[in-house]
Write a protein that binds this ligand. Structure first.
Ligand code: ADP
Length: 872
């Protein structure tokens, strides 16, 4: 057996080389086949049979395959499993391959069909409806670093939205967490880039190339009309467009003009905060149990996607927040309008994504129909809203975008049938009356069909065979069929029929007239298909020409849908309109946790609402009380209320006044996060350190049992010091839950700190958790009562009670865990001691390399030293 690869294998290996790390889908007839390692991997992920085909290098070649017609489902599963896929299609027919072989003088029988990679399918470059989740944006991000500044280009190619921003290296993680991209690309030579990125050539990430690409893409001489973009932003944009170009093999998807994301203007949240608040996904990873699941009442997928974006990046400017809130309040006031609006929205197709497919070259007649219907409904929605009185300014800004498509809608309405199909092979999607020559072609087919029916009647009469039928199949085309016993009559010379096929019970014939009519049908049909195809291309071009205004309509509809969702949710849950101020207070009356409340409701239980009133003079609340008493819930509900308000939503409370929060931090003691690999206490401390270095007077911090991940003494000491630092140095608004009652003594030295606890009562030996917040320190921990409540066996609880009695006796005699704290100097005083002010003279001298100084430089140095010391 020869070891040289077969021509097919050689072709496969060359394509595989091009595909690199991507799995190669190699088209063979009606299947995509995978070979070697690709086959092993795919068969495991997809749970399909692994077989072999031929051999290579003396070994059988592992192979698995998926049918082309159901490939999308398999692709979706591979992408979800983190794979990327290269699609190699046959780019010529077997006949073309043979003709080529003949021209080239190679053996025709062995002619190999040419194949090419036509596309890379990756998590961030999907546009297929079946592969995308309707209520989630699918983001692709490119990041790079230019002279110490990180540039980020992010886009959702399913709708074409593209945003550029820059940040410091330290803030990159938080920015990527906000974007939540399903794929991140970065230059291959960037060592400190994000960990799970796709490495791309560094030369793709050049700012001049990026700028040139954007200019070419949008056919402008300067990008100034779109905004101001830094070098880092343009470099990232270059990397992004180059990757899309690569993935689409030169066919770029829809990319709208880039928007520079403003620095500031948004509330900052790092990744740890996002996960711990369970904003878009719960700790278990799914949407179930998250904030968004509890509040999403959007009628459209595009609305739900925008809602997710709003929650991921709440605003930090009162004017912008109030503009959103005013629209929600307007819809909140008018249930009839809201009902009509939501009904109209529910009927809207996803025009943003249909547009994405059309521009990416993967549009179908159905997509065009969706755009037609969506734009027409957008106009109707605009009219509905324009009629309602007292409309808020944001609406006035959005309304113009809902109209202006009359011409395109009219064109699509005339050109397409009511519900066009997804496939266009069999035609029939162009409406009659749109093109007279197409109508004529269809008439020809129609007439010919009628003529065939007439022929059948005529033949029956002429032959006297009433069982004679004219039929059609894919192999023979049209034919005349009679039962076997009548076959001979038609076989006779001069009967006008020619024999084609003899079957078990029937004989089949052709005739000159039938052949003529059949040819007319086939020809007219082929020309009609070609005419439809040409119209399809024109319509696609017309839509692509209006891509930007169509995208603007989709965006305006999504914004209106989000407002209607907030208004609906607010009515359902009796939520209130928050008041946004520039101050640093936070006054929430009867606040509730939207997710916990919903869970309790389902179980038929009632949520106990609690107030929270922080101000400059009382900015740190220490919250004690038994486990399971509701501390975490209280902390989080206040953080979520702030987040919802700044995202532009009503909030679950009776009243809420919120001084704008610039940064939101949420940390949960490590014991809750045991599943993580790294030392959980280490993680907890790293995350806490970030708060101490970043939180300021306008920030809001919730700390839940920080310090729990280590020994009691260490934990108490750290919790104590962190609380003090936040009180003295960061001066942020803060809710701090702790089970160390010793911390209550902090109130003696920290004037803006106050003590609170969740109430509990012991009733006949059983613990009753009231979930009600009350002032003052918790009287005791109720740990044993909680243990009993949790089902720890009675003898164990009794034994623990004995142990506790002894411990408490010991504590009373020695002063206990916090015995030494009475003499602790104040935080500020200890800071001064710890951190002696740096001495500039000493620092300057430390830097001097005496041997390297010229006499002149030495003299300069003396002048500088005198100047620093203030004696010159
Ligand atoms: P802790 O942090 O004090 O251990 P949690 O906040 O985790 O307690 O609350 C424990 C459980 O108590 C929650 O899962 C919820 O079922 C219930 N709970 C918490 N707060 C309330 C409340 N305000 N009203 C009713 N039930 C509550």
């Amino acid at each position: 057996m020869s070891s040289a690869p077969t021509p097919m294998m050689a072709q496969y290996l060359a394509l595989k080389k091009e595909a690199g790390e991507c799995l190669l889908f190699y088209r063979m007839g009606d299947f995509f086949e995978l070979f070697f390692e690709d086959a092993r991997k795919a068969s495991a992920v997809l749970d399909i049979a692994l077989t072999t085909r031929g051999e290579h290098g003396g070994e059988p070649v592992p192979m698995c395959g998926v049918p082309v017609h159901s490939a999308e489902g398999y692709l979706a599963r591979l992408i979800r499993a983190g794979c990327r896929v290269a699609i190699a299609e046959q780019v010529e027919t077997p006949d073309e391959a043979k003709a080529r072989a003949k021209r080239e003088g190679s053996p025709v029988s062995k002619a190999l069909v040419k194949r090419d990679i036509v596309r890379f399918v990756t998590a961030g470059t999907l546009t297929e409806e079946a592969l995308l989740e309707p209520r989630r944006a699918n983001m692709l991000a490119a990041v790079c670093e230019v002279r110490g500044v990180c540039g980020i280009a992010a886009c959702d190619i399913s709708t074409g939205r593209m945003e550029l921003e820059e940040c410091e290296a330290l803030a990159l993680g938080a920015a990527l967490a906000r974007i939540g991209a399903s794929e991140v690309v970065a230059p291959e030579d960037w060592d400190s880039g994000p960990s799970e990125d796709v490495a791309r050539p560094a030369s793709d990430f050049a700012s001049d190339k990026g700028e040139a690409r954007l200019k070419a893409l949008h056919q402008v001489a300067t990008l100034d009309g779109f905004g101001q973009f830094s070098r880092a932003m343009l470099a990232a944009a270059g990397g992004l467009v180059a990757y899309l170009d690569h993935a689409g093999r030169g066919q770029l998807p829809l990319l709208l003009p880039p928007v520079a994301r403003p620095h500031g203007g948004y509330m900052a949240m790092d990744e740890a905060t996002r996960t711990s608040l369970e904003i878009l996904a719960s700790q278990s990873g799914g949407r179930e149990g998250s904030l968004i699941a509890a509040i999403d009442r959007c009628s459209t997928g595009a609305g739900a996607r925008l809602l997710a974006e709003d929650l991921a990046a709440p605003l930090a400017e009162a004017a912008a927040i109030n503009a959103r809130l005013a629209l929600v309040a307007w819809l909140h006031r008018d249930p009839l309008l809201r009902g009509d609006l939501r009904e109209a929205l529910r009927a809207l197709p996803d025009i943003g994504r249909a547009l994405g497919r059309v521009v990416a070259g993967r549009g179908s007649p159905r997509d065009l129909g969706q755009i037609r219907d969506g734009l027409d409904r957008a106009r109707q929605i605009g009219e509905l809203l324009a009629e309602a009185p007292d409309s808020p300014p944001l609406l006035a800004q959005l309304l113009p975008a809902l109209g202006g498509h009359a011409e395109l809608v009219d064109l699509l309405a005339r050109a397409l049938i009511a519900s066009p199909p997804t496939e266009r092979q069999s035609g029939g999607y162009i409406a009659s009356g749109y093109d007279t020559s197409l109508d004529e072609l269809r008439d020809i087919s129609g007439n010919a069909r009628r003529a065939i029916a007439a022929l059948e009647t005529r033949y029956r009469e002429e032959t006297g065979i009433s069982a004679l039928k004219i039929k059609h199949n894919g192999v023979l085309g049209y034919f005349i069929e009679v039962p076997t016993r009548h076959g001979d009559a038609l076989m006779a010379q001069g009967s006008g029929f020619t024999h084609r096929q003899t079957m078990a019970g029937a004989v089949r014939f052709n005739s000159v007239s039938l052949h003529e009519e059949a040819t007319r049908i086939a020809e007219a049909g082929g020309r009609a298909l070609a005419a439809e195809e040409a119209h399809f291309e024109e319509l696609i071009a017309a839509v692509a020409n209006s891509a930007e205004p169509i995208a603007a309509t989709a965006a305006a509809l999504a914004r209106i849908d989000v407002a209607a969702s907030h208004a609906t949710r607010a009515v359902e849950g009796e939520w209130c309109l928050p008041q946004i101020t520039e101050g640093t207070d936070l006054a929430i009356e009867a606040g509730r946790h939207p997710v916990v409340e919903q869970a309790l409701e389902r179980a038929g239980e009632r949520f106990v609402a609690n107030d929270c009133t922080l101000s400059a003079a009382d900015r740190l609340w220490l919250v004690g009380g038994p486990n399971m008493g509701g501390k975490s819930t209280f902390l989080r509900q206040n953080a979520l209320i702030v987040l919802l308000a700044q995202a532009g939503s009503f909030v679950p409370a009776k009243a809420a006044r919120i001084g704008l929060v610039d940064r939101l931090f949420s940390r949960v003691g490590a014991a809750d996060n045991l599943a993580r690999g790294r030392s959980t206490f280490m993680v907890e401390m790293v995350e806490t350190a970030a708060i101490l270095s970043q939180a300021g007077e306008k920030s809001f911090v919730i700390l839940d049992e920080v310090g729990r991940g280590t020994s009691t003494y260490d934990g108490l000491a750290l919790a104590w010091a962190v609380a003090e630092a936040i009180h003295e140095t960061n001066r942020s608004r803060c809710l701090f839950a702790t089970h160390y009652h010793e911390m209550a003594r902090l109130a003696e030295s920290c004037p803006a700190l106050s003590l609170h606890h969740v109430r509990a009562r012991e009733w006949k030996g059983d613990l009753v958790l009231l979930h009600e917040l009350s002032e003052g320190a918790a009287d005791r921990s109720y740990g044993l009562a909680v243990a009993k409540l949790a089902g720890v066996p009675a003898p164990v609880v009794k034994r623990a009670r004995d142990v506790l009695a002894r411990l408490e006796k010991g504590r009373d005699e020695t002063g206990g865990l916090a015995a030494g704290l009475g003499e602790l100097p104040l935080f500020a005083a200890s800071m001064a001691k710890e951190e002696q002010a740096p001495d500039p003279l000493r620092a300057l001298l430390d830097e001097v390399d005496v041997d390297a100084l010229s006499p002149r430089e030495a003299l300069d140095l003396i002048y500088r030293l005198k100047q620093e010391s203030g004696t010159s």
